[in-house]
Design a protein around this ligand. Structure first.
Ligand code: GDP
Ligand code: FE
Ligand code: FE
Ligand code: FE
Length: 195
């Protein structure tokens, strides 16, 4: 996939270098899996494959930043202070979108929102946002009980895949007695309880 210059002045190889420098080899392999799946879903469901590639490559850009750096960013950039009650799992979406814009110069709002919402979803999601949310869950390296069913659903119906993933994630978090971020509930209410 050759980039057109519409979304970034970097080549795909340059973007890959920038992303790889931010993370472990294992996470980088996950990112490449998300890219492959996201490009396929974008072509199937009608999003830009280039935007899907860029959003997928950058979606976990901030995941390995230190808690201290993330907490300082939340204060300095006036993110919702409720975020402080959570951790990197919740922060790396919204803060990742911010850092990808600042550090990589990507400004397309659909790409930035796809990064921002890739963990928790949102009541309204564009096709690209849905593609990244689902690709993150079903990329070839994922291996958990519900992933096969999620892949089957994603091959048929993107919205149904968002719905399935949202329900599975919430169930999993409750099973593990994890604190639920309220926006995760808002996503559930819109996509699962009131589809
Ligand atoms: P990854 O970055 O590729 O590992 O995947 P995600 O960004 O989608 O998710 C990161 C982690 O956050 C996963 O373990 C999710 O289960 C978890 N997560 C998603 N929503 C919530 C929530 O509301 N509360 C908590 N505590 N964790 C969540
Ligand atoms: Fe993530
Ligand atoms: Fe996810
Ligand atoms: Fe991810």
């Amino acid at each position: 996939l050759r980039y057109s210059n519409n979304y970034t002045t970097l080549t795909r190889n340059e973007l890959i270098q920038a992303v790889q420098s931010q993370m472990s080899q294992k996470r980088f392999q996950h990112v490449l899996g998300v890219e492959q799946t996201a490009v396929e879903l974008a072509e199937k469901y009608g999003a830009s494959n280039e935007a899907a590639s860029i959003a997928a490559l950058t979606h976990d850009y901030a995941k390995e930043r230190s808690d201290k750096e993330m907490q300082e960013l939340i204060y300095r950039e006036q993110f919702d202070l409720e975020l402080l009650e959570y951790g990197s799992n919740i922060w790396h979406g919204p803060l990742g979108a911010f850092l990808v814009e600042q550090e990589l110069g990507i400004s397309d709002s659909d790409i930035l929102n796809a990064i921002k919402y890739h963990t928790i979803g949102a009541p309204e999601m564009t096709i690209l946002e849905q593609v990244i949310y689902v690709a993150d869950y079903i990329e070839p390296g994922r291996n958990f009980p519900s992933v096969e069913k999620a892949r089957k659903i994603a091959a048929e119906n993107l919205q149904a895949a968002v719905q399935y993933e949202t329900k599975q994630t919430l169930q999993h978090l409750i099973e593990k007695n994890r604190k639920i971020y309220p926006k995760t509930i808002a996503t559930y209410n819109k996509w699962v309880a009131n589809p």
